[in-house]
Design a binder for this molecule. Structure first.
Ligand code: DGY
Length: 418
């Protein structure tokens, strides 16, 4: 099949497990939170009913306190570790116990805005809006209890950028001992050179053990976690989603809800501004345990552009940083600074290009008055997918596809690129 859009649609259909889409057969056999948000946007280009179902099925996993978990285990599979028995949560359907970047309100707004069946869209959105609001309230209550304006990430899996070099220094504090037996499945499916290391996994699972022991109580998790980060990616995605929620609240919410959402937006804007890092010429993460900035440039550091609310001069400097990176790789956007010693072009979030991140960065570059650089990022994204196929991620030095094949969110982004 040569038409890339037809191929992308076929992948989304093949990865459909009954109203929800697995990111990739076998490697990720359940429903993942931010994957499904991008998938819903991709589905909306050709099947809006199915796009709504993707969102509704993800919300089946929402907890009473508002958390929308990273994974919903709709059906059993032994292909993935850690499975539901490791998480030990009590929700039905079973879920993990941590969040992922909250793209969902942005996706819901897009599905709503592009819907052609307006009555159906109105009814479905009216049911979804309160769940999105409860989720954004959860982020502030659970992850910014001191109202700093920045939400904290307690596990690298929450950022979606699991083994980013930005987490190395903070993760070094996390012990490698686990009470759960680590039975990795990912390296049965994928070349281990493309995945996080054994030691990373031991630390990932140590954190899961620690939160399970805390009874999945948000306040206890926040207090006991040995890993606590302010991530520019998560915070920017949340700020964008809050703006989309505000737009939805004009139609589906109350003046009081608009007011509270506007207040969260103001807090996030001010918080993200404090993540600017002169040494990196980019926004970077902050270690919230010792309060220090993390001087490693990553693609997450470009996501404040996607909030459409970043400072103009800093936005120019961030775009210049990306232009410098372009001199060191063949394809944008590497997930880590290609001049940094930690850069590894094939190892998951330590260098490879990810289509979803490119899509958000290109959107931000357009907003920042950088249309040529935005077009460059979009053209690279389409060229990578059309040449190598819709892989999970790509080597920025030679364009080789890596990780899982026929990957749902990569297919979704191909559809959004048109
Ligand atoms: C994994 O298992 O690799 C995922 O990134 C966790 O969400």
């Amino acid at each position: 099949m040569t038409d890339p859009l037809a191929r992308a649609r076929a992948i989304l259909r093949a990865n459909d497990r009954g109203g929800y889409t697995v990111p990739a057969a076998r490697l990720y056999p359940f429903q993942w939170n931010w994957d499904s948000a991008f998938v819903a946007m991709g589905l909306s280009t050709f099947d809006e009913t199915r796009a709504w179902r993707e969102i509704e099925r993800l919300l089946e996993g929402q907890w009473d306190d508002g958390l929308i978990p990273q994974i919903v285990f709709h059906a059993p599979s032994d292909d993935y570790f850690p499975g539901l028995e490791v998480w030990g949560t009590t929700h039905t359907p079973p879920t993990s116990g941590i969040p992922q970047p909250p793209v969902l309100a942005t996706a819901a707004r897009r599905v709503f805005d592009t819907a052609t069946d307006e009555d159906d869209a109105e009814a479905r959105m009216a049911a979804i809006y309160p769940a999105l609001l409860r989720n954004h309230r959860w982020w502030q209550r659970a992850r910014d209890p001191l109202r700093t304006g920045l939400v904290a990430t307690l596990h690298p899996w929450e950022t979606g950028m699991d083994n980013s070099p930005a987490w190395d220094r903070a993760m070094a504090r996390v012990p490698t001992d686990t009470t759960t037996k680590v039975r990795r499945r990912d390296t049965l499916h994928i070349d281990p050179a493309m995945r996080p290391r054994t030691e990373d996994y031991r630390r990932f699972i140590h954190l899961v053990d620690c939160f399970r022991d805390a009874g999945w109580d948000p306040a206890r998790m926040f207090a006991v976690s040995p890993f606590r980060i302010a991530d520019p990616g998560t915070n920017s995605i949340l700020l964008r989603a809050e703006q989309d929620l505000l737009a939805l609240s004009q139609r589906f919410g109350t003046p009081a809800e608009q007011h509270e959402t506007a207040a969260r937006i103001a807090g996030l804007r001010a918080g993200i501004a404090t993540l600017w890092n002169d040494a990196a010429d980019l926004w970077t993460a902050r270690d919230l345990i010792d309060g220090t900035p993390i001087d490693v440039g990553t693609s997450a550091g470009l996501l404040p552009l996607y909030t459409h609310a970043a400072d103009a001069e800093k936005s120019r400097r961030a775009a210049a940083t990306l232009t410098r990176w372009a001199g060191n790789v063949r394809f944008l956007v590497p997930s880590a600074d290609p001049t940094h010693t930690a850069f590894e072009p094939l190892r998951y979030w330590r260098g490879p290009v990810w289509a979803v991140v490119n899509w958000m960065i290109a959107d931000g570059l357009d907003w920042a008055g950088q249309p040529a650089l935005a077009a460059h990022v979009r053209a690279d994204t389409a060229a990578l997918i059309d040449t190598a196929g819709p892989w999970e991620y790509f080597d920025p030095t030679d364009g080789k596809g890596a990780g899982g094949a026929d990957f749902s969110w990569t297919a979704a982004i191909r559809l959004l690129l048109g």
